[in-house]
Design a protein around this ligand. Structure first.
Ligand code: SF4
Length: 682
């Protein structure tokens, strides 16, 4: 038989938690995914994908860790002893346990413990929400784990209006890349920046680490972590002193200027030097570039949001272009949230009307503590982990594991592969990867809408999330048609076909070989303060946020330092081997993860490159391999996030060092980068 004849290349879309949402070409043979490559269906991603998806996805789908049938725990929790069971038995076990808990404590004793594993609309949140809303289960505020601070900061300034699509940086003559490791986390911005520089534009990287793109920029500001707000507001004050603010633009488009500048003027050059660790020469050089720019664009990653003053840092950075009139033209503005233009209808898809009034909502970051709280009324008696690997991603890992290890907790789980979190469950349901089901995809970092169909049959007995929750809904006797909607109906529910650029095309009828570009309502490219109006209460760019003043006391951004009680701050950005914790089980992520340390710090401790070290604080201990490099600042350690427990001799990862009781200034977010540690040889 000619094997080549069975080979097919089929269109797909990357569902991972990444702003780029690439269009893919999936190569399949006899029902097996054999390779994943980029496709040109999406002009923004244009045939290029990251190495991790190209290298690790086929193994993720078909490798040894793939969950192919339901499992029941038969040994002590966490022992890894499971036996195969049927779907009927698995659903019965979950139904029995949830029903018994509900009889004892009421429906809020049930917790859907989910986050953002897949980013397709159906896989990410659809029938599951309908199921748990109807049940009356406790809900989670998931954003504080990641994203809510950045999203909230943006919305406080611009409302829910789309920002600059990344492709427009081609029209910029100055781009500030701030806390965004582009080549790892925002890959397709990198060639655009290169092109922008070729045309004479300037690129400034503001990042505590000399990331890869910092090696090809005009200036790298190696800022001390968690001090961005001081730098941004100090720049605002400096530009005002230079009479470089655009008062005509401010008059037309900005509110809250006086209140904002009163705070900004508090940050002197000396404070910028002392707090941010930036020299006066560097500070003035950045101010010079901003003053000279005709079209400045700023791009912010999630790195900034991970500090106590993260919301303020993001807001102050996002406000800079408004002060200098860098909006209203191609290439000027804030590169963020252009995906907001996608006409999603999540309330309809999720069935928001099913949610019971007054439903209990927990901050996801609190779960380590809440799972162990004896006084909680009602307690969390049963939970279902899906679209999430909390053990690998939450702060305060030790307490989270303790909470999940409770013998009186019934823990159901669903995932594509066996993970550290699934290993703690009582019943595991095998979920299909997105290569095995239909879905529609917006993006959070670009402005194309895409759809994908299954390219291979469901592996083993796995099922798509939608079908898992349809079956659970049937087990619980939810017989309204809303719980029987098939995937085509769910895709239709997910997208508003009445949007002018869709011309009535329903979600289920979107093309799979062509991404649809979302534009301004007039059909042109989106430009803030031209054909896109800030969706704030005032319709202008707001430098003061009453809501944040009322809820957090941060109407205006400001610096709120956390006392450092150990010699190092450790930052844990994205890895080039994993997307968050996805692919953490792949062979490439096994063995010790590395921790980078500046040569001066290593010499002071007598530590050599390659040494095995223990990084520790009062919360936990992790074994890592030392990499001595001046890519990090003295006093700052860097270790990529998303490792799994087996990589460290202690069975804990860097997440065990991260406090959960330090929260960001806005949105009660996890402050991953307010982590202070010491290092010693193993
Ligand atoms: S993880 Fe990001 S860069 Fe990689 S393929 Fe997916 S969307 Fe593209």
């Amino acid at each position: 038989m000619n094997k080549q004849a069975n080979k097919k290349t089929l269109p797909s879309v990357c569902p991972l938690d990444c702003p780029d949402t690439c269009s893919l070409n999936a190569q399949v043979q006899d029902g097996t995914l054999i390779a994943v490559k980029g496709s040109k269906a999406n002009p923004y991603t244009d045939g290029v994908i990251c190495n991790k998806v190209a290298r690790y996805y086929p193994d993720f789908v078909h490798g040894q860790s793939r969950l192919t049938h339901p499992l029941k725990r038969v040994g002590p929790r966490g022992s890894g002893d499971f036996e195969r069971i049927s779907w009927d038995e698995a659903l019965d076990l979950i139904h029995e346990a949830f029903a018994a808990a509900i009889v004892k404590y009421g429906p809020e004793t049930i917790l859907p413990f989910n986050y953002a594993g897949p980013h397709g609309e159906l896989g990410g949140g659809s029938m599951d929400r309908r199921f748990f809303y109807n049940m009356g289960a406790t809900m989670l505020n998931r954003g504080p784990l990641c994203g809510a601070v950045r999203g909230g900061a943006y919305a406080s300034v611009f409302g829910n209006a789309p920002g600059m699509p990344p492709v427009q940086v081609l029209h910029s003559d100055l781009v500030l890349i701030w806390g965004n490791n582009v080549t790892v986390s925002n890959l397709h911005l990198a060639p655009l920046l290169k092109e922008m520089r070729k045309k004479g534009g300037k690129l400034v990287i503001i990042d505590p680490k000399r990331i890869k793109i910092a090696e090809q920029c005009d200036m790298h500001i190696q800022i001390r972590p968690n001090t961005d707000v001081v730098f941004a507001m100090g720049l605002a004050a400096e530009l005002e002193r230079r009479d470089a603010l655009d008062h005509a633009f401010i008059g037309d488009w900005v509110v809250g200027f006086d209140t904002y500048m009163a705070q900004a003027r508090d940050y002197s050059l000396e404070q910028v030097e002392e707090i941010c660790g930036i020299s006066a020469k560097e500070f003035h050089a950045v101010a010079d570039l901003i003053q000279a720019a005709k079209n400045m664009a700023c791009s912010f990653g999630n790195g900034i949001e991970r500090g106590r003053s993260g919301g303020s840092g993001l807001r102050a950075g996002m406000i800079l272009p408004a002060l200098t009139g860098h909006h209203g033209r191609l290439g000027a503005g804030v590169v963020a949230k252009s995906g907001v233009a996608t006409p999603k209808n999540q309330p309809r898809l999720h069935g928001d009307h099913l949610m019971k009034p007054g439903t209990r909502v927990f901050n996801i970051v609190d779960l380590g503590m809440l799972l162990q709280d004896d006084t909680l009324e009602p307690p969390i008696a049963a939970a279902m982990i899906y679209n999430h690997n909390p053990v690998a991603t939450h702060p305060d890992q030790v307490n989270l594991i303790k909470g999940l290890m409770r013998e009186d907790l019934f823990l159901a789980g669903s995932d594509v592969v066996m993970t550290d979190s699934m290993a703690l469950c009582d019943v595991i349901l095998p979920a299909s990867s997105h290569f095995e089901h239909n879905d529609v995809f917006g993006a959070y970092g670009q402005n194309y809408l895409q759809r994908a169909e299954p390219v291979i049959p469901c592996v083993g007995e796995s099922l798509p999330n939608t079908e898992i929750f349809r079956r659970l809904a049937a087990r619980f006797g939810y017989d309204d048609p809303i719980f029987k909607a098939d995937d085509a109906q769910l895709m239709d529910d997910a997208i508003n076909s009445g949007h002018p650029q869709l011309n009535g095309i329903k979600g289920s009828a979107l093309p799979v070989d062509k991404a649809i570009e979302m534009k301004a309502l007039n059909g042109e490219q989106m430009i803030m303060c031209q054909n896109v109006i800030p969706a704030t209460p005032s319709g202008k760019i707001e430098l003061f946020c009453q809501d944040y003043e009322d809820r957090f006391g941060f109407g205006v951004p400001r610096y709120d330092p956390v006392l450092q009680d150990r010699p190092f701050v450790i930052i844990t950005p994205s890895s080039d081997k994993r997307t968050n914790a996805t692919f953490g089980g792949h062979a490439a992520s096994q063995g010790l993860e590395m921790v980078e340390m500046h040569p001066l710090d290593a010499a002071e401790r007598g530590l050599n490159d390659g040494a095995k070290v223990t990084v520790f604080n009062d919360l936990g201990k992790v074994t890592l391999q030392l990499k001595v490099t001046d890519a990090t600042r003295p006093g700052v350690l860097y270790s990529p996030k998303g490792t799994w427990r087996a990589t460290s001799d202690t069975g804990l990862t860097v997440n065990a060092l991260i406090p959960s009781d330090v929260r960001t200034d806005i949105e009660h977010g996890a402050a991953y980068h307010e982590t202070f540690v010491e290092v010693k040889p193993c």
